[in-house]
Structure formats: C-alpha cells, structure tokens
Write a protein that binds this ligand. Structure first.
Ligand code: AMP
Length: 232
C-alpha cells in the first residue's frame, strides 16, 4: 500500500492511544502522541515539562504555538518520513490548519474519528492505568482500585501501574468540556474530506482495531483517487 499519514481523532478515553499503538506496530510506522511527549517532559523536568504540567493537571490545553512547534519538529525527524500516526494532535482548528501546512508535499493525511458516548468515557478514564515506567496503557481489564492492579507489573518494562494525574473525575469532566469546545469542531473541519472516516469506539479493542484497519484502507484508496475520480 502507498504511504500515508494518519490522525486519530476522538475524545479523551476513546482509545486513540491504544489503537494508534496497535496500528503503528502493525504497519511499522511511528506513533506520535503529544500527550506522551508532554508527560515525558514533565517526568524529566525540562522547561517544556515545567510549563505544561499545571495546564495538564487542570485538564486544559497547552498553547497552540508550543504544540505546533513540538509537532513540526517531531515530524521532521527521518522516522516520520515514510508515514506516521498522530495521537492527541491536532486538538484545535488552528493546530489542524498548521498541520495542513506541514503536510504540503507529503503523503496524504487520513483522519479516523473514534466515537464513544460520554458516560462510557468517564467510566473508562477514571478506572484506567498506565505504566509508571514507560507510559504504556495497562492491559485491558486491569482497573484502578482493584487488588490485581496493586501487584501487576508492566510486561514491557516491569514498572508498576498508576493512574494519570489528570484521570480523576473532576479533571476528566473538564477535559471532556475542553474537548467539546475546542476539539469537536475539528470533526467538522475534516468531515467533508474523502479521507475522513468515523468509527464506533464503544466496542472491544480488537473490533475497533479491525474497524480502524479497514477505514484506513478505504481512506487510502479515496486519497489516491482525486476528488474528480482520476487516480492521482
Ligand atoms: P492526552 O494524553 O492526549 O490526553 O493529553 C494529555 C494532556 O496534554 C491534555 O489534557 C493537554 O493538557 C495536553 N495536550 C496533549 N496534546 C495536546 C495538544 N495537541 N494541544 C494542547 N494540549 C495538548
């Protein structure tokens, strides 16, 4: 299949990170998560981390200027030249417009929107765990507050599982409000493109993964066929 670049859209807790990681591994392209980049910066105490931490802890968005700079630099690295998956970016229309600019002259941008009802998102986010060492998601079914979670170790690095600082209910609700206000308009920004696909995210991770794979295949075909029907 020809090269492409993928954006995973969807509210917090929709499964973007999980699906992006699976898809990236299956297709051999890097997953670029702006949330992971920021959490890494917080952990290592860099200037970016110090500036981002308070904003993240409140569930608000880091500035467009800072995020666009981070992503532009990351997409310029050689491993992203033959395709990438973005998870958590863009989150505002200004970021999406900047991404369109960065994408000029590169392979087509496919957009997959993972849709999940709010009540399910709150349930998922307040019970999810990540590895304190490498940041990977805990295995499906390992939930915060259970005895199993207290003793389980990450299969990748041996780290213990913890809740994200922004996964408590008050911050989760703020993140969902921020999503509605700033990020939902992106669905409209992309919807009319032939390379946009919506997916039902309220299914098992395996089913969502196969929906993502077939949506990407359909969108890649649409991307190689111009709007007028001719193959580009
Ligand atoms: P995530 O892991 O994608 O849920 O991101 C965690 C937090 O990092 C968000 O709640 C924001 O505070 C910040 N963040 C991540 N990506 C972006 C972005 N593209 N624009 C602004 N803030 C972001």
């Amino acid at each position: 299949m020809s090269a492409f670049n993928l954006v995973m859209l969807g509210p917090p807790g929709a499964g973007k990170g999980t699906q992006a990681a699976r898809f990236a591994a299956a297709r051999g392209i890097p997953k670029i998560s702006t949330g992971d980049i920021l959490r890494e910066a917080v952990k290592s105490g860099t200037e970016l981390g110090l500036r981002a931490k308070a904003v993240m802890d409140r569930g608000e968005l880091v500035s467009d200027e800072m995020m666009i700079g981070i992503v532009e630099q990351r997409l310029g690295r050689p491993d992203a030249a033959s395709g990438f998956i973005l998870d958590g970016f863009p989150r505002t229309v200004a970021q999406a417009q900047a991404l369109d600019g960065i994408m000029r002259g590169r392979a087509p941008l496919l957009v997959v929107d993972i849709q999940v009802p709010d009540a399910e998102l709150v349930r998922r986010l307040t019970s999810r765990l990540i590895c304190s060492g490498c940041g990977a998601n805990a295995p499906e079914g390992l939930l915060a507050g259970t005895p199993e979670a207290a003793t389980a170790l990450c299969a990748k690095c041996g780290g213990v599982f913890i809740q994200r600082a922004d996964d408590n209910e008050a911050v989760v609700r703020e993140r969902l409000r921020v999503y509605e206000r700033n990020t939902r308009p992106l669905v409209e920004y992309y919807r009319a493109r032939p390379t946009f696909c919506a997916i039902d995210g309220a299914q098992t991770a395996d089913r969502v993964a196969s929906s993502v794979a077939s949506a990407v295949d359909r969108a890649s075909v649409a991307a190689s066929v111009g709007p007028g029907g001719g193959v580009r």
